[in-house]
Design a protein around this ligand. Sequence first.
Ligand code: MG
Length: 298
Amino acid sequence: MKLVGYQHGARQQVGVLVGDETEILPLGVALPPGAALDLTSLIEQWDVLAGKLDLEQPGRLRLSDVTLTAPIPQPRRNVICVGRNYVEHAAEFGRSGYDATGANADAGHTPDAPVVFTKAPSTVIGHGVDIEPHTAVTSALDYEAELGVIIGRGGRGISRQQAMDHVWGYTIINDVTARDLQKNHKQWFLGKSLDTFCPMGPWAVTADEIGDGPLDLLCTVNGEVRQRASTADLIFDIPTIIETISRGMTLQPGDVIATGTPKGVGLGFDPPRFLQPGDVVEISISGLGTLRNTVGAA
Ligand code: MG
């Protein structure tokens, strides 16, 4: 099942994608009166509400008549991210000169443990919304195509073996980064958290529809392929990531974890190919659709 965030009139809502992905059935009509109307609330009560979704109800909207938002447009907490989680990307990042974490060519670029950081909830935007170029504060705007994991059942001390039972579903994330801020401030939070730096979507897809197999990821800029990879190549896989993060921190329903980006980001080129106003970034992942965002005018 695919869940879509959208704006229709003055209201932000969530609906189920139906009709060959051309229509939305609002949760407000698919669920009994008074039930959840945002995705995090729905996920919290998923065990009860999933069986109550009635997709035969009338009241469908045409996808072309609404403006998409992120499936979780206002996350309750920071988006949790894993850095340097593909071998070749870890290497290109290490070589680039933008890595201020102390990893270097002599030590090798592959981390011994997952590198975990976060992005502010205010970074999140939907499919089709412009990424602000922030030209006054950065001249090194970069893209990072990533698989996003959406947590269903929360918990602490989740083992690798149990981890996939805590995954509600998936979405696509563009972990937009100001490389100069990421480098200059050592900690990554600021360079990762400028407004509009977390395009998410185009929708969220339940885990049962995706399965546990590897997913293909493709990222283009203005139609040119920049990143092509399989999630089979993650250094730390999803169960390991969930086990690591939840060891001492309670994961909550609706938490989003961006799993890392493969090689081919702008800083990996010599010279770097950072994003400019007008550039169009498109990210596709098997079964999850295509997330497209344009860099807005300066
Ligand atoms: Mg990233």
